[in-house]
Write a protein that binds this ligand. Sequence first.
Ligand code: ADP
Ligand code: MG
Ligand code: ZN
Length: 648
Amino acid sequence: MNDNKKDKLPSKWPSGMTIALVAVAVVFFLNLFMTSMTGNSIERVTYDEFVALLADGRVEEVEVQSDRIMITLLPEEVLEYKYQAAEDVPPVPVSFFDLMTQRLQGQQEDEQAVLYTGRMPDPQLREMLDYYGVIYSAAIVTTNWLQVIFFQIILPILFLVIMFTFLRRMVGGMMGGRGGFMSIGQSNAKVYMEKKTGVTFEDVAGQEEAKESLTEIVDFLHNPDKYVEIGAVQPKGALLVGPPGTGKTLLAKAVAGEANVVFFSLSGSDFVEMFVGVGASRVRDLFKQASQQSPCIIFIDEIDAIGKSRDNQMNSNDEREQTLNQLLAEMDGFDSSKGVVILGATNRPETLDKALLRPGRFDRRINVELPDLKGRVDILHVHAKKVKMSDSVDLKRIAAITPGAAGADLANMINEAALNAVRMKRKEVQQEDLMEAVEVVIAGKEKKDRIMSEKEKRIVAYHEIGHALARVVQKDDKPVEKITIIPRTKGTLGYVLAAPEEEKFMHSKEEMLMEIIASLAGRAAEEVQFNTQTTGAANDIEKATRMARSMVSMYGMSEKFGMMGLESIQNRYLDGRAVLQVSDQTGSALDDEVKKILHECYQKAINLLKENEHKLRELAEYLFTKETITGDEFMKLYKGESSWSVTV
Ligand code: ADP
Ligand code: MG
Ligand code: ZN
């Protein structure tokens, strides 16, 4: 769907590094070249050879250095002249003389040969030099700065950098290998920059309130001057809060698309790295890049990964804290009149650090809730546009049987339906493809190869009819859309696809009890008919228990506790786990109360089925034979408009 190109930000490292490397190499070779050019070719001689040369009168000049003696020989003519002058010169062994001549042959005429020898502790050296009339001096140490810079500064740094990146790469590789070569401290790992997101508010169905709040931000990005002129301070950031899959990311992109600005996106977990300080430097980097590209939107997805409250944590996490602090500082630091807006998204708002939610930071909170019936219809329409749909398709009905589905689920259903249509070699998606897709998303794929024994299958049929009967007897309305005993991959042996009813945002105590009874009626049917208990009721029991518990602990629907809140919901957008807030004693009294409700409801379910035992058999046997029946078939049999002979 979002198949626009995602340009990875061009990182500065490679080019910067290359320039540095090339510069170093140039300096190094220039240096080598120059030393080889200056002076004459140098050769080493032993100390006794040096003494012999001295005695021979061939040495013109000597320079004593810290560890060696540099020897400059006389040019050949001077040498000859000296020979004639000095007669008391001791004779030199011919072989050695020849050797030296050979060595010097390669020299150009006007060059003086330079030799060197190791410096020996020789107290008579000066006397000797005076005696032979040699010019001597000590070396003045001149520093070759190029060399010093190269060997003592650049080389070690280079070495460290290479070591460090190598290590990091190894670590990165072990952890799933992200981040390219030399990406320390750079946000190039996961910052995505999109010049055009290509998403508009039209692509986001439903969520009218969220869109309305965001429209203002779009307007601000269009013409910030309007706001600056009047002196209105625009919100720096808005936080999109809601369950997974409801379109938070989509909305953020749509804001960028509507405002036609650059969209930077990054996931909160990308900030949290192994090395302390890396996350913080990424934040710094991100804001720097964003301010260069303004107006723009910075979107931090799953912001709870860095924004977790800093207090009440058993083990503090330095890296995350630093990152969060940096984020707070950057948000305070930048000037909102520049047209940079920060959007965050999370499904765990309660864990966020309060500092993030202060005015001047994420001071707007935009709720992105699960879609209602109309919202679901709209979302289905948006996604249906992308596939070929038969005209007979009724998206309203699909929306009606999918309460609680998020936008992502619905998008998924449309796609599943299209896949199903292809599998069936159809040219267009039909209603039955959609129905099948709903079931696939809810219950998984059919397990055709699973062979149940007759007995098991019959038990499942009674169980499912038990659920449906309990509903219809209590409510006198078509209770189900479909009942099936074909097992599916998500672990159900059979199930009842509940019929749509108008969406409710409140439930009465009676309705809740009815629902508990219907849930327990599956097991009740097994008991009434076969006097047995199977594991198939586990989910029903769990659901019934949860409902009974919340009636007592949260909704004030029990006589014993009245309106005492005993539990509260922790993270309402995820699993919605309840947390007990009472003493152990009250807790166990709560358990007793729940048990009482469940027991009473189960008794009612048993009675209800016993009173309708004949219908239970007829319907269950029908389902057993047909394997799948529709709500209408069910109603006809129930009302006696048609019949089915019971064979058991
Ligand atoms: P979130 O970030 O809230 O978890 P996303 O924005 O990633 O959810 O949504 C995932 C996908 O679900 C989107 O790409 C889109 O196809 C679909 N979707 C979710 N909500 C909507 C919506 N309101 N309208 C249209 N499509 C939606
Ligand atoms: Mg998301
Ligand atoms: Zn059941």
